[in-house]
Design a protein around this ligand. Structure first.
Ligand code: PEP
Length: 242
């Protein structure tokens, strides 16, 4: 049985004032699911006492050193994080992160005892060229390290064209990719059935029930709709009820 996960990615949003929203999210009853917030790293310590999981949005592949502005996975863990995202499409685009880099960052997360939420997904041009499954295969092969297990790794399928756009793939398209990811993992990992696979890209209360009913969707990675308790708690409720 895979425990479902409602994960929020706050991106570059939130100052200490936002702790009130995080507290409301954390205090919302959700006994049957795991809840994760990935705020800006500046807020991790402020959220450390909340009764939910917290995570970084990225980590460096090294444990320490001359890397101005970067954070190691150990530092995230030290600030209370249990998870970190790796390979979010905004990191891949804005910081030219390749699968090789994402792989090394995910190993660093594992070495620090963090659960890596490894993000993959096709662009609109790749989907329109019918390359989606090939892109997914190549990102999984390149980004998911051999250190991955069902306990220390979550895969987030996030079509780039669905992130922050209000556009969502059809339920069949999501189901096709998620079952493909499961089958891909099964070729590499004995515990492939235990890996949680999240869908991400414009998830909101109005589409959450339908998305969570799809086979092999074990939760969601949510951006915009995770910033307030009013938007995120109905998504948590939908996941708990699915
Ligand atoms: C994300 O940032 O991972 C994301 C899915 O964003 P949004 O929910 O806003 O599309």
């Amino acid at each position: 049985m895979r425990r479902k996960l409602a994960a929020g990615n706050w991106k570059m949003n939130g100052t200490r004032q936002a702790t009130a929203q995080a507290r409301d999210i954390a205090n919302h009853p959700a006994p049957d699911i795991d809840v994760l917030l990935c705020p800006p790293a500046t807020l991790l310590a402020a959220f450390a006492d909340l009764p939910i999981n917290t995570g970084g949005q990225d980590c460096h592949m090294m444990t320490s050193g001359a890397h101005t502005g970067d954070l190691s996975a150990d530092m995230l863990a030290d600030a209370g994080a249990a998870y970190t995202l790796t390979g979010h499409s905004e990191r891949r685009t804005d910081h030219a992160e390749t699968d090789t880099i994402v792989n090394a960052k995910s190993v660093a997360a594992h070495n620090a005892g963090l659960i890596a939420v490894i993000c993959i997904g096709e662009t609109l041009a790749q989907r329109e060229a019918n390359e989606t499954l090939a892109v997914i295969d190549s990102q999984l092969a390149g980004s998911v390290p051999d250190t991955a297990t069902a306990a220390n790794t979550v895969i987030a399928y996030e079509p780039v064209w669905a992130i922050g756009t209000g556009k969502v793939p059809t339920l069949d398209q999501i189901g096709e990719v998620h079952s493909h990811i499961r089958a891909h993992l099964a070729k590499r990992f004995d515990d492939a059935d235990g890996f949680r696979i999240l869908y991400g890209g414009s998830v909101k209360a109005s589409n959450a029930n339908d998305i969570f009913a799809i086979d092999n969707v074990d939760g969601a990675l949510v951006g915009g709709a995770s910033l307030t308790a009013a938007d995120f708690t109905p998504i948590m409720d939908a996941l708990g009820a699915s």
